[in-house]
Design a protein around this ligand. Structure first.
Ligand SMILES: [Zn+2]
Length: 529
């Protein structure tokens, strides 16, 4: 579906249509050492570097203002805060401050975060503290309670911990320099874990790492570390989420409905203001499934974790020719899929193949045959997108590695401390068992054996030797794993809440990734080597 048609569809559905324009958010970035462009590779962002050359300091206030007015958000990236400040020149500095004061969004990373402090532009009520050169390295940050005001993803909300590269980023005083202005908000703080080439992590412990502030009508978000760097995969989505917050729209891409609109309560930088559409999180056929290629023989599927309503369809009511019908969400399995993907990247440097539903199961059940999956024909595209991605990725993995694992992630409420294995009692893992023997999964060096050694409680356990009875494998593992027709093995994992609770997700994903990366390296070497 084209962007134009989505806009028309939205407008047909929404009575406040005239206030909404489904245009991309215009983001500009000043030239600098790092780029956020790769983090914003989506049709919903229009991205342009801001022209900046040696002569820029000679520009007039009017020239700077005209340039800045092309963008809803400007990014000041890594580099040197002092250099950017002098390159802007007096007129440019004044223009940036006025731009934010009138409602423009300011995203500063590292040097760009320095630039916003009192020492330079002063658009954030925050001050950097010595020493200036604290080194480079991976530092862990703990997301705080206020992160939820900016970030929609569970990955970036308390009590999640993220390791982010930091390159001489600013250290900040807790004291706002201007007591007359409201204090800045701390979204994340360094935990003291990790370290740089100059100093151990202890030095950073407790210091603010990500902060927000308001300046007049505009919003400001500052990152001391570099979430946009490829070397800190899994943090890059902080950038688009921050951009959505800066322009005051819901931060899930599927929910965004307007380009720019007046800020309702600009003074409340810590709160997510009520705005039309922000309550009803929605998606469309081309935004309701996340799918991306990988570089590992692992395909992660999460069909039941989505929470978004589908634009132009009613929730399912069952009946008719539908045989099986359930609408419960497998809470946090979407976040688990993303977190596992990030953890595998950390372990191996490569991503798995990923297919994750953002649309709620109330509209379409992607783990059913097509006839039972949806009632509104508007959902056909979503269903086909999910399965086309799975089919393509299975064939690609089979071709490149001579086999691979499809992991279909679900949640169950029967045993919160356990994970149910579903392989239709070996039928969906027949290739693996044929190649490596009956015990390929349940021997001590089998996948489940290794997972149990890591502390995962799996039903039926290896020791019991019992057959799968509950959750023994649904449509997805059946379709892609049975009879070897797609050349991969498929395992359904039904997680209890102990593993998928927000505070446990990083731990669960890291442990899974460590086992999986070793297992696939041993069992599915690249072909031709
Ligand atoms: Zn499920």
């Amino acid at each position: 579906m084209s962007g134009k048609r989505i806009g028309v569809l939205l407008c047909a559905l929404l009575t406040f249509c005239s206030a909404l324009a489904a245009e991309p958010i215009r983001v500009g970035q000043f030239a600098g050492a790092t780029s956020v462009r790769a983090c914003l590779e989506s049709p919903e962002f229009r991205f342009a570097d801001i022209v900046w050359d040696k002569n820029s300091t000679n520009w007039s206030y009017g020239q700077w203002s005209e340039l800045l007015n092309h963008y809803q958000v400007v990014v000041f990236p890594g580099g040197s805060g002092g250099e950017m400040f002098s390159r802007l020149g007096h007129e440019g500095q004044r223009a940036v401050k006025d731009y934010v004061n009138k409602g423009g969004g300011y995203l500063g990373i590292c040097a760009g975060a320095w630039l916003a402090t009192r020492r330079y532009l002063g658009i954030a009520n925050i001050e950097g503290i010595a020493p200036w050169y604290v080194g480079a390295g991976g530092l862990e940050v703990a997301m705080g309670e206020e992160a939820t005001n900016v970030f929609a993803s569970a990955l970036y909300q308390a009590p999640a911990r993220r390791t982010i590269e930091m390159h001489n980023g600013p250290m900040w005083s807790f004291q706002p320099p201007d007591r007359a202005r409201p204090a800045f908000h701390v979204l994340a703080s360094y935990t003291g874990r990790g370290g740089t080439n100059k100093t151990g992590g202890e030095f950073f412990k407790g210091k603010p790492a990500i902060v927000t502030d308001a300046y007049g009508q505009g919003r400001v978000i500052l990152f001391s570390p570099h979430p946009e760097l490829v070397s800190t995969n899994g943090n890059g989505n902080m950038i688009p989420e921050a951009v959505h917050w800066l322009v005051n729209t819901p931060s899930d891409p599927g929910t965004r409905m307007s380009g720019k609109k007046p800020r309702d309560n600009p003074g409340k930088a810590g709160g997510r203001p009520a705005s039309p559409g922000s309550e009803a999180a929605e998606c469309t056929a081309n935004s309701c499934v996340v799918a991306h290629e990988g570089g590992l023989p692992i395909i992660i599927s999460a069909p039941h974790g989505g929470g978004l309503a589908f634009v132009g369809a009613d929730v399912r009511k069952g009946g008719g020719g539908v045989r099986q019908f359930a609408v419960a969400r497998d809470v946090n399995t979407d976040a688990l899929a993303l977190e596992l993907s990030a953890a595998l990247r950390r372990e191996t440097g490569k991503a798995p193949f990923l297919v994750v539903a953002k649309v709620s199961r109330k509209y379409v059940d992607l783990n059913r045959p097509e006839n039972d999956a949806f009632e509104s024909q508007n959902l056909r595209g979503a269903y086909e997108a999910y399965h086309a991605a799975l089919e393509k990725y299975c064939r690609e993995v089979s071709q490149k590695w001579g086999g691979g694992l499809l992991l279909d992630l679900h949640g169950q409420g029967v045993r919160s401390d356990s994970i149910f294995r579903g392989t239709r009692n070996g039928a969906t893992t027949a290739l693996l068992l044929k190649k490596y023997g009956d015990q390929a999964l349940t021997a001590p060096q089998g996948l489940q054996g290794l997972l149990e050694a890591k502390g995962f409680k799996i039903i039926p356990s290896c020791a019991s030797g019992k057959k799968e009875s509950w959750f023994d494998g649904g449509y997805i593992v059946g379709k892609y794993g049975m009879e070897g027709s797609y050349g991969v093995d498929a395992i359904q994992l039904e997680f209890g809440g102990v593993y998928t609770a927000n505070r446990k997700l990083p731990e669960t994903a890291t442990a899974l990734a460590q086992v999986l990366s070793n297992y696939v390296a041993a069992h599915f070497p690249p072909q031709g080597q």
